[in-house]
Design a protein around this ligand. Sequence first.
Ligand code: SF4
Ligand code: SF4
Length: 367
Amino acid sequence: MVICSRAILPAIPLCKDRSCNLLPLIANNYAMNTSTHTPRTIRFKADERNIFLHILTACNLSCKHCYINKEQHGSRQLERQEIVRWLRLFADSKKTSNVIFLGGEPTLHPDLAASIILAKELGFQTTVDSNGYLFHDLLEKVTPAQLDFLSFSLDGPDAIINDPIRGTGVFATCTSNICRAIAKGFSVSVIYTVSRKNIAHLHRMGELLESLGVKKFFIQVLGLRGKSAASDSEATSRVSRSEWLATVPAVAADIARRGVHVTYPKVFLEEGEPFECAGNVAENYFVFPNGRVYQCPLCEDYPLHNYEIGEGGLIATEGLREKNFFGLNIDEGCVMNKLLQPDTIEYDDAGRARYRISCCLLKQEVG
Ligand code: SF4
Ligand code: SF4
């Protein structure tokens, strides 16, 4: 078993079985080495189906920016037979299909391992997004051949930054389990949600990822959902456009230079770049344990879901729904962003939008 050591730098866990070559942390050094890593936009793929399957909404943590909304999505845990039925509902052997097991904390579900194995048998590429606690001995119950990707959420390069956001002791537990998962051969990634609380420390993640041996890194933007949507929330510390653009692309390029594949949201479209709403051109289903199925994550705090899962399968809902917004064409880009987060858009003196907001599902990749 791999044990993480803190002997060299107290704030950074090191896997003992890796030869680590840590340099001192140098703030803002990322701007020096960005020239060879140009980001690419990951276009939506019509022949790909992504199922974001929330198998429960319970969690052992209470993160400041938690997006879970029990009022809208309930507090129940899916029964094993429901997971089987729902996976079969979305399985399509003619498409590249991905299932991402989510919560709450999905590893709290005692049937997660069995669900991953079944999903694999049905032809899905499988992913679990975990807060790092890996309950129910997940790593002992599935193999890297059955679980294609295991993602861990970390919101800081050390406990001093991460734990005030995610909880006391979370950094140590999460990084220790990252080491265990890598040692067992799992393909591990880390997800970092950027806010005012941690954007200044994003550049330090490269050092940490390298020391842990993590090869994939996802940067997320703090969403306006769940707790983050509360106006008095500490987590309402979304970064501005200028902060995002001044930091994220350059840091991503620098982390990529270390051999890590980095993905981050596009957020702001460039001049002349086409706008596409994923609801029109991609197949994404955000499935919740109360049976609601959304196609747009920005709609998740509202009863706007396009589908519901009932006894008869996937049923299209009626009335005002997400799909009614997908076809609207506005200068600002994403309609739901304009409705829910109008303060993210700037206008010139003539009232024209200075830039367009991309679909929140559009990503950039580098590395
Ligand atoms: S953000 Fe994730 S890990 Fe944190 S409390 Fe919410 S569900 Fe749990
Ligand atoms: S975020 Fe905007 S562009 Fe993307 S699916 Fe939702 S409504 Fe469409």
